[in-house]
Design a binder for this molecule. Structure first.
Ligand code: CAO
Length: 564
């Protein structure tokens, strides 16, 4: 049966939209909720999900077209999607001719048979009430996760939504809830192991398994037929807001996962009504963290996000969340390629936008004459090599900064603007920006004041290697009081680093170069190291900043100073 999907209502007074991107192609098999278009109205760029499932037999629009509300966007053959989901409401929504509807009714018998086949297939999976819980999808482009804790053991009675694992992906640690109730028969994964998305991790004996399975698997199909007859009055929005269960990875050729892989950056795990609600109140759904199974976003999640954002803005915490200006259609001017941001990039972008918009930054520049220090560095480098480290200017700076933080406590604090308090820290942890192929990471050398330069050199080398090999733990990236960003190994004269909030200052180091310096009546070549100190002007005054930076410069020029 052919079903026509038309451009839905987009809001008051919106009659047309520009098709930024057609996401599906003829021949694709799609399901309800799959995103099919990205469109741009004069107000925003939005994703349009399909509310029908089936095989795309014809696309009526292409990228760059302008489509009217109600215009046919694509034609679907519903037959291919029957196995996945019945679409009883489509007749009304898509104005399927009555005759076709009748034909569809006649087809109900074979459809039920298919349903039964599907049910028995599923039952086999849950053989004798045994259910294999597989690691669900955790986010776009995440293929596996490190299991940091297994929260259940054999014999435990667990309920649907109970967390069963704690896992870590890139930066975030999350609990994974199970989507069925039962008794744990087998735990197939151990703490410290890596689990792939779709891999069976826990096996449970279902509570009232067979009847529950039968009910849940056959019910929707039969119910759908009945509901069709009843001419339901329930709105689609109401049914959509029910949180869905964790998407199961199936071998089906048109699984949601496969579809998502093709469209990595298009899908927020939310139903169309939640997306619509989010759009209507001006919230970018991609910024909302879903609390439902598998990270599913509910209306409640959107409301909580909106409330928090509102509070932040009203408390003057910043302008994050200000919706981005709509982008032009870059493909008008040439070929483009869209790529999903890595998790690190997303987090870095959000974190730095926050820091940049909240902290009133000032950057103070200075230069240190490290000619003598360089001689010392070369002289002692073998000893540090023997200890397993590398004596670099960064390692020496970590030690100098730890001492400077002791001397200038306003650089070793954080600000609590809610309570109007300053939090002074009595420990001296220094973060180092490390350049990795996945983006910027900032591991932290803890208690740097208690370590000598050799120990710091060894630790710095280890942390930088771990950062580049994706082996840093969350703990190793937390607790920093001040950061150093040394770009001098690459080049550059000066730059203005962004304070790594909630810290209050950061030291940028550029390339040390020999320069003519006027000394004792003549120009002499000296190795000069450019330094940039960015600081939070809410807590640090300009005079404090230059005193701090001068102290650092003098310590580089004469390390003995630190001992005084
Ligand atoms: N001026 C001149 N030379 C420098 C220098 C500087 N400021 N800093 C380092 N060098 C030299 C080192 O002496 C070393 O030379 P040799 O091999 O001849 O001894 C070489 O550059 C490489 O140093 P390194 O990078 O191995 O070691 P490091 O301790 O100086 O730096 C680390 C470690 C992790 C800070 C660095 O590797 C790194 O990742 N830097 C980039 C940081 C970054 O991305 N910051 C941006 C943050 S904001 O976007």
């Amino acid at each position: 049966m052919a079903i026509e999907f038309k451009l839905p209502e987009l809001g008051e007074n919106i009659e047309t939209a520009q098709i930024v991107k057609v996401i599906v192609s003829e021949g694709d098999v799609i399901k309800e909720d799959d995103i099919i278009l990205e469109i741009e109205t004069d107000k925003a760029t939005v994703e349009v999900p399909s509310d029908v499932g089936g095989k795309v037999s014809k696309m009526h629009v292409k990228d760059g077209d302008t489509a009217k509300v109600g215009q046919i966007i694509l034609t679907l053959e519903a037959g291919d999607a029957k196995e996945e989901k019945p679409e009883p409401k489509e007749e009304k929504k898509h104005e399927v001719k009555k005759e076709e509807a009748k034909k569809e009714d006649k087809k109900e018998e074979p459809k039920k048979e298919e349903t039964k086949k599907e049910s028995s297939k599923q039952k086999q999976k849950a053989e004798g009430g045994i259910y294999e819980f597989k690691l669900p999808e955790l986010g776009e482009n995440i293929e596996s996760a490190d299991v940091t804790a297994v929260l259940v053991k054999v014999g435990d009675q667990i309920n649907e939504d109970d967390p069963v694992l704690e896992i870590e992906t890139d930066k975030a640690t999350v609990e994974v809830p199970i989507d069925k109730s039962g008794k744990v028969k087998e735990v197939k994964i151990k703490e410290g192991q890596k689990a792939k998305i779709g891999e069976t991790v826990i096996v449970i004996e279902l509570t009232d398994s067979v009847s529950e399975e039968e009910e849940s698997l056959t019910e929707p199909e039969e119910k759908a037929v009945e509901e069709k007859k009843e001419e339901k009055t329930e709105t689609k929005e109401e049914t959509d807001t029910k949180p869905l269960s964790i998407p199961q990875i199936s071998d089906s050729t048109h699984s949601a996962r496969q579809f998502k892989k093709e469209l990595p950056d298009k899908i927020a795990p939310a139903s169309p009504s939640v997306r619509r609600f989010s759009r209507e109140i001006g919230i970018n759904i991609h910024q909302v963290r879903g609390t439902g199974p598998g990270g599913r976003i509910s209306v409640e999640d959107v409301k909580v996000f909106a409330k928090n954002l509102n509070e932040k803005i009203s408390k003057g915490k910043g302008t994050i969340g200000v919706s981005a200006e709509p982008l032009p259609d870059f493909s008008k001017w040439g070929k483009i390629q869209r790529e999903e941001m890595s998790n690190i990039r997303k987090i870095t972008a959000e974190h730095l936008s926050y820091a940049w918009s909240v902290i009133p930054h000032v950057t103070q520049f200075d230069k240190a004459d490290i000619t003598e220090l360089e001689k010392l560095r070369k002289q002692y480098s073998k000893e540090v090599d023997a200890a397993g480290g590398k004596l670099t200017v960064t390692a020496i700076l970590v030690k100098i900064i730890a001492e400077a933080l002791k001397k200038f406590p306003q650089f070793n604090c954080s600000i609590d603007m809610d309570k109007k308090e300053i939090i002074y820290k009595k420990y001296y942890n220094v973060g180092i920006a490390v350049d990795t192929d996945r983006g910027l990471l900032v591991p932290v050398i803890k208690d740097a004041d208690k370590k000598n330069v050799t120990e710091i050199s060894v630790e710095l080398g280890e942390l930088a290697a771990k950062a580049r090999d994706k082996k840093l733990s969350l703990d190793e990236m937390q607790g920093g009081n001040f950061s150093i960003s040394n770009l001098g190994g690459i080049g550059g004269t000066y730059f203005t680093p962004i304070v790594n909030s909630p810290e209050v200052a950061i030291l940028g180091v550029s390339r040390g170069n020999y320069e003519p310096v006027y000394k004792d009546g003549e120009f002499v070549p000296r190795l000069m190291l450019p330094l940039s100190l960015s600081y939070d002007h809410r807590i640090i005054d300009g005079a404090d900043a230059i005193r701090f930076l001068r102290w650092v410069v003098e310590s580089l020029e004469n390390p003995f100073r630190m001992l005084l």
